[in-house]
Every structure is written in structure tokens, then in C-alpha cells.
Design a protein around this ligand. Structure first.
Ligand SMILES: [Zn+2]
Ligand SMILES: [Zn+2]
Length: 143
């Protein structure tokens, strides 16, 4: 079953063709500022998402290897997208909070665990990666 989602105002809508069953949390300082909280996201290959209202998406290049898409009209954080070359290029990490029906999507991992504020944590014992481990995976040439 394909999942649909949108920004807060509805100017940007999307449909994911692949299965959406798992999501991850990113605790990095950039995701925290950008999302205003904890960024929960699910991965989608570039060809597996169709956007409607694409002209309403603005992108901010937050680093040399990724950009962040948001709605020009309402400011909703929509996706993190890898721009660096390599096997992850073009991959979307769509915000779980933008899904119309987020039920049934399980939180299965946490990244940048070393940057998580000490005032909260998720229940359970999820597999985690530190920031250095994540950067080595997405942008091996950046250091
Ligand atoms: Zn919007
Ligand atoms: Zn992050």
C-alpha cells in the first residue's frame, strides 16, 4: 500500500511507491534546529516518490553532502536529501511527521546518538550510530 503525505498547508503533497515500514531518528544539531525537535525520517529511493506542488519546495544546502527541502508557504520540514556522489546520492529521508497516516511505521534506529540532548530519550534499546559513523557512511570523502 502506498503512503501519502504533505506539508502543513497542503501546497506540497507526495506519494511514496515503495513500502514504508521503518523510520529512524536523527539527533544531530542540524536536524534539531531545522525540524524544531527530533527529526524522524524514513528512507525513499529517488524514483520512488512523486511530488505534487514541487514548485512550492525550497531547498537549503545544509552541508556539502546534503540539502533540506521545506515548503515555501508554510515552512514545514519535508525531507533531508543526500547530494554527495556515491550509492546514497539522491536518496530522500522524508519526515515521518509529514505522513498522512504514520501508524504502522516502526522506529528502528537512531543516529548521531552522541549529539542527543540529555533531557530525553526513546524507550527501548534501538541500534544507534554516532555522528562520525554516519558521516563515514554518507560522505566518505568529506574529511
Ligand atoms: Zn506548506
Ligand atoms: Zn540529523
Amino acid at each position: 500500500m502506498s503512503k501519502t503525505g504533505s506539508c502543513l498547508c497542503g501546497a506540497v503533497k507526495y506519494r511514496v511507491k515503495s513500502e514504508v515500514s521503518r523510520a529512524g531518528a536523527c539527533h544531530c544539531g542540524m536536524c534539531r534546529k531545522w525540524s524544531g525537535g527530533i527529526f524522524l525520517a524514513f528512507q525513499v529511493a529517488p524514483g520512488d516518490v512523486d511530488f505534487e506542488g514541487k514548485e512550492n519546495i525550497a531547498c537549503y544546502a545544509s552541508s556539502d553532502w546534503a540539502e533540506r527541502g521545506f515548503c515555501r508557504n508554510c515552512g514545514s520540514s519535508l525531507f533531508y536529501r543526500v547530494t554527495a556522489g556515491g550509492p546514497h546520492q539522491g536518496q530522500y529521508h522524508l519526515g515521518m511527521g509529514t505522513l498522512d497516516e504514520p501508524d504502522g511505521v516502526a522506529l528502528t534506529s537512531e543516529i548521531f546518538t552522541d549529539q542527543k540532548p540529555d533531557g530525553y530519550r526513546f524507550a527501548g534499546d534501538l541500534p544507534g550510530m554516532t555522528g562520525a559513523e554516519v558521516i563515514a557512511m554518507f560522505a566518505p570523502d568529506s574529511e
